[in-house]
Write a protein that binds this ligand. Structure first.
Ligand code: SME
Length: 195
């Protein structure tokens, strides 16, 4: 991977990913907006603004990924790990993250991250102990969400979040995180377009 990968059709691909985000779970029931169930969309909306502010005028991919992971780790409640794995060949390699030291290499199709990357879809795991092949990097982790990043039509890597709380992540998290990832990669794409 280059430090600033070129990307085309990104928005379309990420939108498709967002639609796929719930394919591993039964569809969420539509509910009327209340202060309770609107909390996550509001939080993620604020995070989009903060992420755009962090990315503004900065072109270094690693620095931006590092700040993105720190933003998520500090802003999202009940999260004990937040970070990236980037695809190199047929394995994912650890990128910028916040949390305990983690496994460095994950083969495609292995663990939650490897399956999400291989299947090109967001995966929500309410209980990691029930996910076949889950890779335990932190014994405190009980639930997980993995969101793929696309480089044009191919997978660039994944964003991975862990929580000590069973069932911590839902469809609203999937939508919010997909939006943030879209903003993040589109920023890098915009930088490439300026080259
Ligand atoms: N649990 C992940 C491995 C990465 S750590 O959670 C940081 C997986 O099963 O792919």
């Amino acid at each position: 991977m280059t430090s600033r990968p070129a990307k085309k059709n990104l928005a379309k691909k990420q939108t498709a990913a967002k639609k796929k985000a719930t394919t591993k779970r039964s569809p969420a029931k539509r509910r009327a907006a209340t202060p309770e169930n609107n909390a996550k969309p509001t939080l993620y909306g604020n995070l989009v603004v903060q992420l755009l502010s962090l990315l503004k005028d900065e072109h270094d991919f690693i620095a931006n990924a590092a700040n993105f992971s720190a933003l998520l780790f500090n802003a999202l409640p009940n999260v004990n790990w937040a970070g990236f794995y980037f695809l190199q060949g047929d394995e994912l390699v650890l990128g910028p993250f916040q949390g305990n030291p983690a496994c460095v290499r994950i083969p495609l199709g292995t663990g939650v991250c490897g399956v999400a990357a291989q299947q090109c879809e967001t995966i929500i795991v309410p209980n990691v102990h029930e996910f076949p092949g889950h890779i335990a990097c932190d014994v405190a982790s009980n639930s997980e969400i993995v969101v793929p990043l696309f480089d044009g039509e191919r997978i660039l890597g994944v964003l991975d979040l862990d929580s000590p709380t069973i069932g911590r992540f839902d469809d609203q998290d999937a939508e919010g995180l997909n939006e943030l990832v879209t903003v993040f990669v589109a920023h890098e794409e915009g930088l490439n377009a300026d080259d």
